[in-house]
Design a protein around this ligand. Structure first.
Ligand code: AMP
Ligand code: MG
Length: 294
């Protein structure tokens, strides 16, 4: 982390298979103090990765995936409320976002060609937020079906950014920009001599630039981990209702007050396509969606 002459403190961390970068406007605050706060915020992201990663055998999510089909698994209150929010959002997104997509994402991530339809159907039957049983009194989660797998890949980055932003705010940072892998970004206040942080969307043929101030932007697109078959390109976002990856050449962006919701909703918008924009706007006041051809 460095403090520069322009009063900006910069920091970065590799976590959640991506790079998070933070810029803090130190203003009147001592640069060393701003730096320490920035480090604490990024540490929070690393801490959350250890708890939420599907791929870390010691994570809370790995523990849930290993045991929740056998018996209720007790989880700490913050994770319980995250799971509750995920399930509520799955319902509000009509299943286009689904944190239990793990059986399908595993199948398609390993695929180099289209899997047999019996394998797709078997994985689809092991996904479904309706089969998650949450007991608020006991703070437990249980799966109603065997083989279910929680995968917070579509929401974890946004959640971690919100938590890191909360660390910054609680320690008096009023102006900062934090992004994770360029697909999720959160702005606090505005940079020096400007009304907001200007963020370009590279997946947008119309060259949209968003001006963010105390708000978030998340983008989902069919790129990255993909494979092609029969002249079609398949992405890493799956429609949990059909079991198939999204192959439309689209990107979806959502802006709004919280990074977590933006992350969830941009994934859901990519699955639904532009027809879902009125529903998104009606159901999630303060959030706005955009769908574009890259
Ligand atoms: P994002 O880039 O935020 O759209 O998230 C994509 C990641 O979330 C994928 O790599 C999967 O791990 C997971 N995922 C894929 N499809 C879905 C879905 N429909 N709902 C929830 N998570 C998903
Ligand atoms: Mg997402």
């Amino acid at each position: 982390m460095t403090a520069t002459d322009d009063g900006l403190v910069r920091a970065a961390i590799d976590a959640m298979a991506t790079r998070f970068e933070l810029v803090i406007v130190a203003g009147d605050m001592d640069a060393g103090r701003a730096r320490a706060i920035g480090e604490e915020a990024l540490d929070e992201i690393a801490r959350l990765e250890h708890r939420l990663s599907l791929f870390r055998p010691s994570s809370d999510i790995a523990g849930i995936n290993a045991w929740a089909a056998e018996r209720p698994v007790k989880v700490e209150p913050a994770l319980f409320s995250l799971l509750q929010r995920c399930v509520a959002l799955s319902a509000a997104c009509e299943g286009a976002f689904d944190p239990t997509v793990g059986s399908l994402s595993r199948l398609w991530k390993a695929a180099t060609t289209i899997p047999p339809s019996s394998a797709i159907e078997a994985a689809r039957c092991r996904a479904g937020w309706q089969h998650v049983i949450l007991d608020a009194d006991a703070s437990t989660i249980r799966f109603a079906r065997k083989g279910m797998t929680i995968d917070l890949g579509a929401a974890g980055k946004g959640y971690a950014i919100d938590r890191a932003i909360a660390v910054l705010e609680s320690q008096g940072i009023a102006r900062a920009l934090l992004h994770g892998g360029t697909s999720s970004v959160h702005a606090l206040g505005a940079p020096p001599d400007d009304t907001g942080w200007r963020v370009g969307w590279s997946g947008d043929s119309r060259g949209n630039v968003f001006e963010l101030r105390d708000g978030a932007l998340s983008v989902s697109a069919v790129h990255g981990r993909v494979f092609s078959s029969g002249g079609r390109t398949y992405g890493h976002v799956i429609d949990p209702r059909t079991g198939w990856p999204i192959e439309r050449r689209l990107s979806a962006a959502v802006t709004g007050p919280a990074s977590f919701e933006c992350d969830v909703l941009s994934t859901a918008l990519l699955v639904h396509g532009a027809d879902w924009l009125p529903a998104l706007q009606a159901r999630f006041p303060g959030y706005e969606g955009l769908v574009n051809l890259p």
